[in-house]
Design a protein around this ligand. Structure first.
Ligand code: G
Ligand code: G
Ligand code: MN
Ligand code: NA
Length: 250
């Protein structure tokens, strides 16, 4: 109850921040973009992880407003970066019902001046699970504006392949469970290789998430992933450290 009240006030109290985690391209060895990851700094509850407050925000009907803040903030901050790299924003299934995503994206792009091609929406397979076509309509509309769409946590949901068939995603994000594994995990490696091959034949980028060790980096590179993301490159960093991270990797 207390948590609900505090979460209801968090936006107005400016208690949310976005951290940004870089994504490294394996062909150029340059950082090509950052994923925005939401954090709630609550004076009463400390740093509350999104795995805790996003489900609560959905339950309390706050996800639309919070998601809108995330999109606007990510666009505004990315527009100020010294290099025009991409910014990826996570969009949950509930956000499609809770807010009018297309006008929000349009106005966030308009007010920030961000090139639409620099914005990427990350959606999970579950977003398309009970879809009646309206989610696909929204995705097609944002894509027509030039915004990119990625499939997040690939391989952990249902009917991954039919999702790829029903919408032309720009990027597949290979879930950490297949990446953050022991060196002897041959089945995880085979899965990463298969997803990479699938991406290659569809002309879609494949990014390995959760790369923590040099061994994992080498393995996903050998498996044919096009990009990597994970603590080995950098943990998510505050906005004021972005310039440093860009410089470290160029
Ligand atoms: O950053 P972290 O590993 O704690 O993120 C945990 C989960 O929260 C991930 O599944 C991530 O996609 C999700 N998440 C992070 N930021 C956002 C956000 O801005 N919106 C939504 N809907 N989910 C987010
Ligand atoms: O579900 P999604 O992929 O959007 O969430 C990514 C989550 O993974 C974020 O919470 C982020 O902080 C976390 N993360 C990013 N890189 C690593 C990593 O190398 N190891 C671990 N354990 N978590 C990571
Ligand atoms: Mn994500
Ligand atoms: Na993911």
């Amino acid at each position: 109850r207390r948590l609900e009240l505090d979460l209801r006030r968090a936006l107005a109290m400016r208690e949310f921040v976005l951290l940004y985690q870089p994504q490294l391209n394996l062909a150029s060895h340059e950082i090509t973009g950052f994923e925005a990851l939401l954090r709630w700094h609550s004076p009463r509850h400390g740093v509350v992880p999104p795995s805790v407050f996003i489900p609560l925000a959905e339950e309390f009907g706050l996800i639309g407003a919070i998601g809108e803040w995330v999109i606007r903030t990510a666009c505004r901050e990315a527009a100020g970066w010294e290099r025009p790299l991409s910014v990826a924003v996570n969009v949950s299934a509930a956000q499609f019902g809770a807010s009018n995503l297309v006008p929000v994206v349009l106005s966030a792009l308009g007010e920030s001046g961000l090139d639409p091609r620099r914005l990427e929406l990350e959606i999970t397979e579950s977003v398309l699970l009970k879809d009646d076509g309206s989610v696909l309509d929204v995705l097609r509309m944002v894509r027509r504006i030039g915004v990119h769409v990625s499939m997040d946590d690939f391989g952990t949901g249902y009917s991954s392949l039919s999702r790829l068939h029903s919408f032309p995603f720009d990027k597949i994000k290979i879930d950490q469970t297949f990446v953050r594994v022991q060196p002897n995990d041959t089945s995880a490696t085979a899965i990463v290789r298969a997803i990479s091959a699938l991406g290659r034949s569809l002309g879609i980028a494949t990014i390995a998430e959760g790369v923590e060790t040099a061994e994992q980096f080498d393995r996903v590179a050998a498996a044919g992933c096009t990009d990597v993301q994970g603590y080995l490159i950098s943990p998510p960093v505050p906005a004021d450290r972005i310039a440093d991270v860009m410089r470290e990797h160029s």
